[in-house]
Design a protein around this ligand. Structure first.
Ligand code: FCB
Length: 443
């Protein structure tokens, strides 16, 4: 870790932490919430590493006041949470469930009372199961259901939410949820999953319009990005790198910024109707960037159904998730977005950045996580360097406030600034919490 002082960030820079509904809330059967695809998937034996589910998770549904106090103690100016669609419209196309919205209403008011900007994500992967049963994101209707849900949520939370984020990481939901099946809903369609990409983007565009009709707060999307590292210099490896880049980094950005779909991926684009691309390209105010690590790729083997093959990257320290720690990748990525999209690129907020380590309380009950401090230090310096190089970055959110239920890894991967004992639900701020608090409270 650098011993030089962390460079200053501009006044007004947004400092935050992020969470998502299914990963922290629990309370899955309460106040009219219906099942989501993640409830179904997690309860399917063998899907989750430790056999756990999000039924209780961090019990945030009942402990939200304690968690807002942790946010206040941290001194963040913003908190990014997600609204659970199955709380708001449990059947997908039936009545809006006012009791589900009450929870977020209270949360938003509590945040504002503590001078914390509520940043709400509308879809962090927990699709209502009835919407999945009607075809999920493979069906065009789902885009309309999403816009209706966005409208109902904005009707209630309106301008009290200071930044709206439509979708979280549509690429991960496409690739892991519908391409390879490691995430809910567990489909294995590989490149035939393209309708899921298009309908998510269409839903995003329709939701932007619905939000604009209800609120003057800015609107964003949070995309996952990963700088691509071809294994070698051969034309075949470079072509594989370009294909992966188109899929991971451009598929959900080119159309959003008015450039249509990247060519050459061999998608069947017959689901794209006249006028759709204009809906998708509705102007947004902020691009949310979620960054964890770069990706190694090489040319695919004979007969592969994909135009690339993923390979581990050597030569980096690794997190407990075995993800390479590469802060320079964030600087490179921000520069790539700036150069590639030029004036079309809105201001960026890093909406997720963080790492998993096997944090264990000491005998004295404290949790020391120097690796996480080093990780965040490196990534913040990378953001600052990109800003010096001309990239307009206006915020940074750590993933995550709390150790939580990490999808198919269950409770085995701890990403929090705050340790959670999942037996007792005791919260213990880690040393990274104090480090981040001190950093962002600098005058
Ligand atoms: C991101 C997800 C988030 C969390 C982190 C570790 O891809 O958006 O929910 O799982 O990874």
């Amino acid at each position: 870790m650098s011993t030089a002082a962390m460079p200053e960030f501009p006044a007004g820079f947004r400092w935050g932490v992020s969470t998502s509904a299914y990963q922290i809330e629990g309370g899955v059967g309460e106040d009219g919430r219906g099942p989501s695809i993640w409830d179904t998937f997690a309860h399917d034996p063998g899907r989750v590493a430790d056999g756990s589910t999000g039924d209780v998770a961090c019990d945030h549904y009942h402990r939200h006041a304690e968690d807002v106090a942790l946010l206040a103690g941290l001194g963040v100016s913003a908190y990014r949470f997600s609204v659970a669609w199955p709380r708001v419209r449990p059947t997908g196309d039936g009545p809006v469930n006012a009791a589900g919205l009450d929870f977020y209403d209270r949360l938003v008011d509590d945040l504002l009372a503590h001078d914390i900007d509520p940043v709400a994500t509308l879809f962090h992967w927990d699709l209502p199961q009835p919407v999945e049963d009607a075809g999920g994101w493979l069906a065009r209707d789902t885009a309309h259901r999403f816009a209706e849900y966005a409208d109902a949520t904005a009707a209630r939370l309106g301008d009290r939410v200071k930044l709206w984020i439509t979708l979280n990481e549509p690429f991960i939901h496409l690739s892991l949820g519908h391409g390879t099946g490691e995430h809910a809903p567990g489909r294995t369609l590989l490149l035939d999953a393209f309708p899921v990409a298009h309908h998510q983007l269409l839903g995003h565009g329709l939701a932007v319009a619905a939000l604009r009709a209800r609120t003057t707060s800015p609107v964003a999307i949070a995309n996952n990005y990963s700088p691509v590292r071809p294994a070698g210099d051969s034309d075949a490896d470079r072509a594989a790198g370009a294909a992966y880049e188109a899929l991971h980094n451009r598929l959900f950005t080119d159309p959003l910024l008015g450039r249509g779909y990247p060519v050459g991926l061999g998608f069947d684009e017959t689901v794209v109707r006249d006028g759709d691309l204009a809906v998708v390209a509705a102007p947004i105010d902020v691009l949310g960037v979620n960054y964890y690590n770069p990706t190694g790729v090489r040319a695919p083997g004979e007969g592969s159904p994909l135009p690339f093959e993923l390979v581990p990257l050597d030569g980096y320290p690794r997190t407990a998730f075995d993800w390479p720690v590469a802060p320079d990748g964030l600087r490179e990525l921000l520069g790539w977005l700036h150069r590639t999209y030029g004036d079309d690129l809105p201001p960026i907020q890093v909406t997720e950045s963080g790492c998993a380590y096997d944090d264990v309380p000491d005998a004295d009950g404290r949790v020391h996580d120097p690796e996480r401090i080093a990780y965040l230090d490196g990534h913040l310096r990378a953001v600052r360097a990109a800003m010096d190089e001309g990239v307009d970055v206006t915020g940074y959110f750590v993933w995550s406030l709390l150790d939580n239920w990490e999808w198919t890894e269950g409770f085995t991967k701890r990403f929090g600034l705050v340790h959670v004992d999942f037996d007792t639900q005791a919260r213990t701020p880690k040393s990274s919490y104090a480090w981040f608090r001190d950093l962002i409270s600098r005058p």
